[in-house]
Design a protein around this ligand. Structure first.
Ligand code: SAM
Length: 216
């Protein structure tokens, strides 16, 4: 993602604390209080400009959505969508996914979405990929038992790497598609990157990966 420095971004985020939670560590274990209900919470890690979660929140009012985005200059676009839509079930966190366990307790999150995550193609950067085993361990810590990761990307290399990483971690793979837009998957909400890459004719890969840690 090309980043344009936006000197006003931090003020904008602070001014919209209703949608961009400024002290997320205080809500660890208490996100249901932030949303004012007991509905399931789904997070998107690397939410970018927020089109996917805004659409999901509109489509599914009984699910709470939290977008995690590292860069303030990017998340401001997602916050603006939240402000415009005034949805009670769509909020954003301007934090690094490395620190997810500072913000969420065990079993607090029901699903993790990863959409068009940065591919980090160099082998020496593999640990930065959001599907690297250390991230899978972080997600496992905050997810409910049997929780899921839903992943889509245009990047074949990242997709292949991620399938292996999920499998090696012991996740069960479901609904694997090598061409999402030509599949019979219904209700797909496109991300900004998905619109851009599929518009250029690129295939979109998708898979669901489920943690096999349910109590028997
Ligand atoms: N999901 C969006 C989409 O599909 O349009 C954005 C995709 S963009 C390629 C990846 C996003 O993930 C970037 O906005 C980047 O800042 C964010 N990101 C990457 N690593 C992150 C991390 N460790 N924590 C939070 N966000 C991260």
């Amino acid at each position: 993602m090309r980043l344009r420095h936006k000197p006003w971004a931090s003020d904008f985020i602070a001014e919209h604390s209703q949608y961009a939670i400024s002290n997320p560590e205080e809500y660890k274990g208490k996100w249901n209080e932030v949303f004012g209900n007991q509905n399931p919470i789904h997070i998107e890690v690397g939410t970018g400009k927020g089109q996917f979660l805004a659409g999901m929140a509109q489509q599914n009012p009984d699910i709470n959505y939290l977008g995690i985005e590292l860069f303030d200059s990017v998340i401001v676009a997602a916050i603006q969508k939240a402000v415009d839509l005034e949805l009670p079930n769509f909020k954003l966190l301007n934090v690094n996914a490395n620190d997810l366990t500072n913000y969420f307790d065990h079993n607090e999150i029901e699903r993790v979405y990863l959409n068009f995550s940065d591919p980090w193609p160099k082998v020496r950067h593999a640990k930065r990929r959001l599907t690297y085993k250390s991230f899978l361990s972080l997600y496992e810590t905050i997810l409910v038992k049997g929780g899921e990761i839903h992943f889509k990307t245009d990047n074949q290399g990242l997709f292949e790497y991620s399938l292996i990483s999920f499998s090696e971690y012991g996740l069960q793979l479901k609904f694997l598609s090598l061409d999402l837009h030509a599949s019979n998957y219904e209700g797909n909400i496109m991300t900004e990157y998905e619109e851009k890459f599929s518009g250029k004719g690129q295939r979109i890969y998708r898979v669901e990966a489920k943690y096999m840690n349910e109590e028997k």
